[in-house]
Design a protein around this ligand. Structure first.
Ligand code: DGP
Length: 122
């Protein structure tokens, strides 16, 4: 686990999701509240593919879970649940994925959860 200073110092506010949060790049929004923003993945890997990101600058899962407040963590995962509901995938099933770091294959260094569904996944 990284400590607070390392993760916050290493956050690059020029990453694509930071630009989406600032409104500098558009997205196809699904849901938004004070904790999170959910939008469609621009390169979908399933019939339904959404991304949910926290509004605050966490690089990856370990930074989020160790540094965010209980309210932020609860608010974020409730937003994931709301997005699953809005995507209409709850009944037939879906996959939640969060790639973290180099070995996890994370491309965008702002913590995010993928929600994939809408078809039977391999
Ligand atoms: P990951 O490998 O977990 O960091 O996945 C990053 C995802 O972000 C990837 O599935 C493609 C998506 N993505 C990259 N750039 C953009 C963008 O500009 N807009 C949207 N909506 N999605 C993006």
């Amino acid at each position: 686990m990284k400590n607070l200073s390392v993760t916050l110092e290493s956050y690059n506010d020029q990453n694509i999701f930071a630009k989406i949060l600032r409104g500098e790049i558009s997205c196809k929004k699904i849901y938004e509240d004070s904790y999170a923003l959910a939008f469609y993945d621009v390169f979908p890997k399933a019939a339904a593919h959404a991304l949910v990101i926290p509004k605050k600058p966490y690089v990856c899962f370990d930074g989020f879970i160790t540094q965010a407040s209980d309210d932020e963590i609860t608010g974020f995962f409730k937003a994931v649940g709301k997005t699953i509901e809005l995507l209409g995938v709850a009944e037939e099933g879906f996959r939640l994925v969060s790639n973290s770091g180099e070995h996890g294959g994370q491309e965008v260094p702002h913590f995010h959860v993928h929600i994939m569904g809408g078809e039977k996944l391999s």
